[in-house]
Design a protein around this ligand. Structure first.
Ligand code: TA6
Length: 319
């Protein structure tokens, strides 16, 4: 049986990004790479709701009951948690960036990286007067979301303190990524051995991880601290490994709610998802006026079938 084998074709289309109407008339960007990979990003929340490989296979889980009705956050995909992760502060869970309408950043400052990707979108969020009432800090949050030639999805956040009253501010952050998996019982997360984590199921007790790989038999909700830049999520059932490469984000959150009821998740959704989140939680980030912070994650899948394994020519049509 050729399980999971699919061979992508190089479509004769130009690399492009376009804005179209999504669910409930909300604006979304569709990024398409020449070999067929794609991503969808809603301006509402700067929320990645879909990331597909060159074979059209969905790599993220969107809650089967997800609703696209502001001000409710969208369940699944990749919510941006800013300026507060979870309930660690005065704001609603995970802050407000995930339920604000972002704008297209038509004039972003140059990116220092030499990205191979020509398929990207630049978004920006600034606080409204209402936002300033609940979090009294002026900021510019610039986010570039890029799809690379190998289908890798890179998210780069740049946050600047633009307070004019000389005040620093402090925030926590996460890319709350819901990976789609065949079955949670087939999943192993590697790269966390010997690290300390805060266990949310035990009042944030600090525990040292002893296992080579984390597997899931019940609810898991942990913040692993000072984690390496690369973490792997192996899905035996799909013959697929997700590789997470992060920068500027020391922590890694691991979450699967198991059978616990979660808003906008179907009863079986937990079986087909695992959240592995590049994050900065334990040591909040402080920015003085005029200072910038940068935090990125690049997520990709590693060869486990000809779909991602063939050394296809690096041809970008239109060049
Ligand atoms: O990232 C893990 C977590 O903080 C969990 O504790 C769980 O509550 C989850 O996020 C979802 O949070 P939400 O506010 O989206 O319901």
């Amino acid at each position: 049986m050729l399980f999971g084998v699919c061979v992508p074709t190089i479509h004769n289309v130009k690399v492009h990004a376009e804005v179209v109407k999504g669910i409930n008339g909300l604006d979304k960007f569709v990024l398409r790479e020449a070999r067929g990979s794609s991503a969808e990003i809603y301006l509402y929340g700067a929320h990645v709701t879909s990331w597909k490989n060159a074979c059209g296979e969905e790599l993220l889980l969107l809650g089967s009951k997800a609703i696209f009705e502001p001000p409710k956050p969208i369940r699944g995909g990749i919510p941006i948690c800013f300026p507060q992760f979870s309930n660690h502060g005065p704001l609603d869970s995970h802050g407000f960036a995930r339920n604000r309408v972002w704008s297209i950043d038509s004039n972003p400052p140059p990116f220092p990286t030499s990205s191979a990707s020509k398929t990207f979108v630049d978004l920006i969020l600034k606080p409204s007067e209402d936002d300033l009432k609940i979090w009294p800090n002026r900021f510019e949050f610039r986010l570039r979301i890029a799809l690379g030639p190998g289908g890798e999805l890179t998210m780069t956040s740049r946050i600047r303190n633009t307070n004019t009253d000389g005040k620093p501010f402090t925030f926590t952050f996460a890319y709350h990524t819901y990976y789609s998996v065949s079955n949670i019982s087939e999943v192993r997360v590697e790269g966390l051995k010997t690290l300390n984590y805060l266990d949310n199921l035990q009042n944030e007790t600090r525990i040292t991880e002893q296992r080579n790989a984390i597997t899931f038999q019940s609810e898991v909700d942990r913040i692993y601290l000072s984690t390496p830049t690369n973490i792997s999520v192996l899905d035996n059932g799909k013959n697929r490994t997700y590789v997470i490469h992060k920068d500027g984000l020391p922590d890694t959150v691991l979450w699967n709610p198991w059978a616990k009821a979660v808003a906008d998740l179907g009863v079986d959704d937990y079986k087909h998802m695992v959240c592995v989140e590049a994050a900065a939680v334990e040591k909040p980030i402080t920015l003085n006026p005029g200072e910038d912070w940068r935090g990125s994650q690049e997520i990709s899948t590693v060869p486990s079938s000809p779909c991602s394994g063939l050394p296809l020519p690096r041809k970008v049509l239109g060049n």
